[in-house]
Design a protein around this ligand. Sequence first.
Ligand code: MSP
Length: 658
Amino acid sequence: MKYYITTPIFYPNSNPHIGTAYTTVAADTLARYHRLLGDEVYFLTGTDENAQKIVRTAEANHIDPRTYVDGVVERFRELWLALDVSNDDFIRTTEVRHHKVVQHIFTKLYEQGDIYKSVYSGWYCTPCETFWLENKLIEGKCPNADCGRAVELLKEESYFFRLSKYQDALLKHIEGHREFIQPVSRRNEMLRFIEGGLEDLCVSRTTFQWGIKVPFDPKHVIYVWLDALINYISALGYPDGENYGQYWPADVHLMGKDIVRFHAVIWPIILMALNIPLPKVIYGHGWYLTNDGGKISKSRGNVEDSFELIQRYGSDAIRYFLLREMQAGMDGTYSEDNVVERLNRDLANDFGNFVSRSLAMVVKYRKGIVPCPGQDGSQERELKALSHEVKKAVEKSLEVFDPASALEEIWRFVARCNKYVDETAPWVLAKQEELRERLDTVLYTFMECIRIMAVLTAPFMPGLPPRICTLLGLDEGLIRWGETDQWGILEPGIKVHKGEQLFPRIDISQFSTVGETEKVDQDRTTDNISQTQAQKETGEPAPLLEFEPIKEEISIEDFSKLDLRVGKVLSAEKVEKTDKLMKLEVEVAGVVRTVVSGIAKHYASEDLVNQNVVLVANLKPTKLRGITSQGMILAASQGEVLEVLMVNKDLPGGVRIK
Ligand code: MSP
């Protein structure tokens, strides 16, 4: 089976942001899933470079457009690399391979009478690269809900594409193929839009030169959307490239809801006019919005630096967040607090904790050697049945382009695995020699659960399988989708390792995460209580994971890199609109530093002013809620309790702590 999946090609008029990353990460997940199924996958992404707004931005930056786009395109490539995106091709619409195909198609459509010359008199929104008729404008501005910006009046000689001629054929196609536009809300929107009547589309401009020229009339530049849509076949080498023969029609074009209209109207009509089969599915997902409901976008100035986020939390955690938080057909809410909440709860507490607990038990009770299982009991049978159910549900969700539901299903399995640990209480079994075989079964089942979790999450978090395989001492070849729910894949006798935590929890005082970290601590406390009770009954010593494991040994040289100083607190105030963050002015060696710390729930201003705190003075500054934090203060915390470390002797701010 072949599987051809595309993302939109992105305008490189500004750097990519976390909102734009969603489509690419979702497409990557589907591509990886289909590769695991054994399909021949072609995954395409790229950049849409011939837009008028590119010229405007380049001019505003006093750079020529080519140099400008070259720089931004690199940022896109780097971001996809940082997010482990496995695209097979990256098309730039400034490439010759693309120009040739666009010019060939334009000429063909002109020669067969589907494109004709006339005069365009109407409005144009450059940010949206869209033509608007006077009666569509709202108070004279762009009617796009997300835009509303000024439009420009155009009156110029133009070529037109006969969309109207194909209206009925398009309606018939959409009506006859329920799966063509998804989800169904977008399909209905499109049907209403097309039934309202299609106007012929202006497809050339003469007032600027940047773009692909009409080959037989070079004062005209081809309209950027006509040019851009063609990327889906120019990248395959249309009309006679081998990839075109192998992969077209696309199995799915994935995109945000704002551009479904172009893909559901202009693109199918171009293809119909050329007698080319239409893509199988056009899927329009929602947007990532900020907490206040605005779209994340460069022009709104609320763009998070994606690279910094990835560096801080890791690609898998960011991917997990993006995929989990956007429910099918709906918008998602992005905030760094939400990322940390998901990371601490779902990844560290649920997933990571199961893996480390169960590996620790194999190491503790069987010296790290995976034992041979005995007879299954009802708990194992239940786990096995659930694994079949979850695998099917994940497949079904991915078939309808819904990674969030797929992850929800996987976490049903993860939760059951955690419950299985508590139910089977291996620390109790370990006390009785006659229960040796039962303990073997439980420990073996743990390891199979880890393998299953690694396969199920592989398309979503590609960084995980290699790390898990290292812990289990396995070859990555064992990550086979078809075997997800076939138990007994692991060979007894393999040696496993405890390794490092897969997802270390984000430290309470490091970022703006106090509330969430507390929540996780509470969860863990409950977890520990139940373990402790079980252990009280059996006399089992302290729980395996009551505390975070001690980190790897470091040398004195490593330690001396850390510059800890006494800091005198001059002022302390709560950061507006947060309940966790406090902004401190701290004097260190005669210089006043601003430090943002997640301690507002535990300290009032007067508890801190004039106190000497311990400051990590050489930590790279970071921005929290728009405030640059120049260091971190140390605190000890457990559950509800948090105490800032203080130096009680009257030492001046700046004294080194060693
Ligand atoms: N160049 C056109 C697409 C041409 S495809 C033949 C374009 N580019 S874009 O850079 O403006 O947007 C690319 C994609 O990013 C769109 O699908 C858009 O919906 C998506 N997103 C932009 N901001 C987004 C969010 N905040 N959230 C989710 N997706 C977002 O349109």
